[in-house]
Write a protein that binds this ligand. Structure first.
Ligand code: GAP
Length: 540
């Protein structure tokens, strides 16, 4: 599915001054400083496209995945027919028979167009390159390529153009034009200066590059033993469709959900975890009769959007975008629904980037596997078909249609981090993370005001009681209370309970709210029920 919508096209100089825009550098610095996300293999210089989650990040990601599993599999929503949606979970292998990926079309067709720079040795996704060219009176020979959504790269192109034209920035808007690389004919590539090159004519023509990670199964490591790391979790679901139907009580319409790692040898991993080479997906394949596909597509599209809102992406930064006709995926039939749930990341601003795709995949995948594996994957629906003389349907045999809501767990975490990041000059930390309590990695903190006078013992007891019921409760007796609050603000802990001198007299504690910094006193016996209510599934 497509990724960024119109980001580069709509970008203009005044965007940078928009106060609503958060700095990705600041967000990444906080992620490192507070242990949300680290560069993978950092002590060896890092490895491009791979990221590790630190203690806070691992818990944040787990909370997001748990919320998805809870709301999709364990307690699914009510469907358009007024009944609870039927959903089961699955956990399939990362490595499957290589024929799975031939049947799915990934070995032959899971390609991105790649352009190489002979001078800088840079590699770029051709569909992520834009070209700045001059028009009108200021006609210039060279054209400058830049990377979509990469501010530095775009600035460089404008600077080089101004230098060539011997003029100052900003360039008069009617004298320049930005077009996608695809619109530049190969015969003009000799005029093209690459994003990291300093002379024209060094970019190669776009070539198809397969994104599948190859590996070998067994000891010989010969070409006969080639296998692939899965590029999506979806195919594991399709190839186990028959087993699930035969062994569980599910009846069409029903869904199979799976989350897990996926691997893509992305040409240009970038924008922090947004485009990584190893990432996690949360996918549902929902099987229904083709006559009901439009209804289920609309249901899942709207429900998934509402779900992202319910866990805290409640602002204008979330949108639904139906695909244009020319964006249809290889499995989609003309007229079938496909949309992206998109988030306005700081690096796509003012445009949006894909968080989840919702697609009507028709019966494409089941049909492909049925043909390649030569195993019948049809479903026998006893509630359909002509009526028999006894008034009962005779049944209908068919390959179900599939509606697929396919979300990225890492992109979800990234969106949650970006949304939560809230600069605030009034607090010592200058920033706080406004996580929805359900997703927050630390749910509550319990502090003794000072590390003496019986306060640590009361704090310990309260923390131990709370930990029995709620996952992560932080206790800390070091540093001043202000510094401890500041640390919790950066960790996004929504509630702090402080045991102080009054607690010992009247059994009340100070409750400090992260978002408002307001403090109030509540009874120590009310703390657990207060947290229970706040950590429930209430609407944002
Ligand atoms: N089964 C359909 C499928 O895989 P996709 O749009 O290619 O569709 C689904 O991927 C989701 O997986 C995306 O919406 C995105 O959240 C996530 N995703 C895809 N490629 C990714 C990457 N390189 N890094 C991080 N997340 C990625």
């Amino acid at each position: 599915m497509g990724c960024m919508s119109d980001a580069a096209k709509t970008k203009s100089a005044d965007v940078a001054a928009d106060p609503g825009r958060k700095s990705m550098d600041d967000i990444m610095a906080l992620c490192k400083r507070r242990g949300f996300i680290f560069q993978a293999s950092e002590i060896y210089g890092g490895i491009n496209g791979f990221w590790d989650y630190g203690p806070l990040g691992a818990q944040l990601k787990k909370n997001l995945k748990d919320a998805w599993w809870q709301d999709c599999v364990l307690s699914p929503p009510t469907g358009p027919d007024g009944r609870e949606v039927e959903m089961v979970g699955l956990d399939t292998c990362i490595i499957q028979h290589p024929k799975v990926w031939e049947a799915s079309g990934h070995v032959g067709g899971f390609n991105d167009p790649r352009v190489d720079c002979k001078q800088s040795k840079g590699r770029y996704r051709a569909d992520h390159l834009f070209v700045l060219q001059s028009t009108g009176k200021m006609l210039a020979k060279p054209m400058y390529a830049f990377i979509e959504g990469d501010e530095e790269s775009e600035k460089r192109a404008y600077k080089l153009m101004a230098k060539y034209l011997k003029t100052n920035l900003p360039l008069p808007p009617d004298q320049t034009d930005v077009v996608p690389l695809a619109q530049i004919p190969l015969s003009e590539y000799h005029r093209l200066v690459g994003p990291d090159a300093n002379e024209p004519g060094t970019l190669t023509e776009p070539r198809a590059f397969n994104l599948m990670f190859k590996t070998y199964v067994g000891a010989t490591a010969s070409e006969d033993d080639v296998a692939y790391l899965r590029p999506e979790t979806a195919q594991g679901i399709f190839i186990q469709f028959k087993n699930v139907v035969d062994t569980s009580r599910v009846r069409v319409p029903f869904g199979i959900a799976q989350m897990g790692k996926a691997f893509r040898n992305e040409v240009t991993p970038r924008n922090f975890t947004f485009r990584s080479r190893e990432f996690e997906q949360m996918e549902i394949e929902f099987f229904c009769h083709k006559d009901d596909a439009a209804k289920w597509y609309a249901f899942w599209r709207d429900w998934r959007l509402a779900w992202w809102r319910s866990i805290g992406l409640g602002s204008d930064n979330l949108q639904l975008r139906e695909h244009d006709k020319d964006e249809l995926a290889h499995y989609a039939k003309e007229g079938a629904g496909t949309s992206d749930i998109e988030y306005r990341f700081p690096f796509t601003y003012p445009g949006f980037g894909e968080l989840e795709g919702v697609a009507d995949r028709s019966d494409y995948d089941l049909r492909q596997h049925q043909e390649h594996a030569r195993v019948k994957l049809e479903y026998f629906d006893t509630e359909r078909g002509e009526l028999a003389p006894n008034g009962q349907p005779k049944g209908e045999r068919y390959l179900p249609n599939v509606i697929e809501p396919s979300a990225g767990a890492d992109r979800g975490v990234l969106a949650v981090l970006c949304e939560a990041y809230t600069p605030d000059d009034t607090r010592p930390s200058k920033v706080y993370m406004k996580f929805h309590p359900r997703i927050a990695p630390i749910k509550a903190a319990v502090f003794p005001l000072v590390n003496k006078d019986g306060m640590p013992e009361v704090a310990d007891k309260l923390a131990r009681d709370l930990k029995k019921r709620y996952s992560i409760i932080e206790t800390d007796a070091k540093q001043s209370i202000g510094k401890r609050y500041a640390r919790m603000d950066e960790a996004g802990c929504p509630f702090c309970f402080t045991i102080d001198g009054d607690t010992l007299k009247d059994n009340t504690v100070t409750l400090r709210h992260r978002d408002t910094q307001e403090q109030e006193r509540i009874g120590i016996d009310k703390v657990a029920s207060f947290l229970g209510e706040k950590l429930g599934l209430q609407e944002n």
